[in-house]
Design a protein around this ligand. Structure first.
Ligand code: NI
Length: 178
């Protein structure tokens, strides 16, 4: 297993749609093992393929004592109830903003053995699923912000890319890194 390089804002892969996986192979299982190791090392609670340069529709998650990998995930149902919570992303380190998400989602896909998997996710896991599936479509959490907050986030990212000092927020709980 290996810890993979997490791609950060500016990497074009973060803005592309990842490909459907036709068949889960040993190569996919190796990548999933590396993604788990990378997510735990970061540390975070979710990681999507494009964040490590793998342009395939797969994400891994770990919430409390449970974890899993989902290939070709599709949200087949979402609650009308929404919840707003601080969110961060391993590809946008140090940025945290409140994002409104469905409180519950049902996700279908296949696991690393190619077997069907169905997640009835709520609270944090529901947020992780929505955030990671966004990654597979080239969407970042800052895209969900109001125009003012998105501009502020983009300014911070641009300043950082130029090597300018940017506000450094205090440490945040692990569970907000997706
Ligand atoms: Ni993310």
């Amino acid at each position: 297993m290996a810890i993979l390089k997490i791609r950060e804002w500016g990497d074009p892969g973060l803005r592309q749609r990842a490909h459907e996986v036709e068949r889960v192979t040993d190569a996919h299982r190796r990548v999933v093992a590396d993604m788990f190791e990378t997510m735990r090392d970061a540390p975070g609670v979710g990681l999507a393929g494009p964040q490590v340069g793998v342009m395939e529709r797969v994400f891994v998650w770990e919430v409390e004592d449970e974890h899993g990998a989902v290939f070709n995930p599709v949200i087949i149902a979402r609650s009308e109830e929404v919840v707003e919570n601080e969110e961060g992303c391993l590809s946008l380190p140090g940025l945290y903003y409140p994002v409104t998400r469905a409180e519950r989602v049902t996700v279908e896909g296949v696991d690393e053995n190619g077997d069907p998997v169905k997640l009835d996710a709520e609270d944090l896991l529901a947020r992780v699923c929505q955030h990671e599936i966004d990654h597979l479509d080239g969407v970042l959490f800052i895209d969900h912000l109001s125009e003012d907050l998105r501009k502020e986030a983009l300014r911070t990212l641009r300043d950082r890319a130029l090597g300018l000092p940017t506000p450094q927020p205090g440490p945040k709980p692990v569970e907000e890194q997706l």
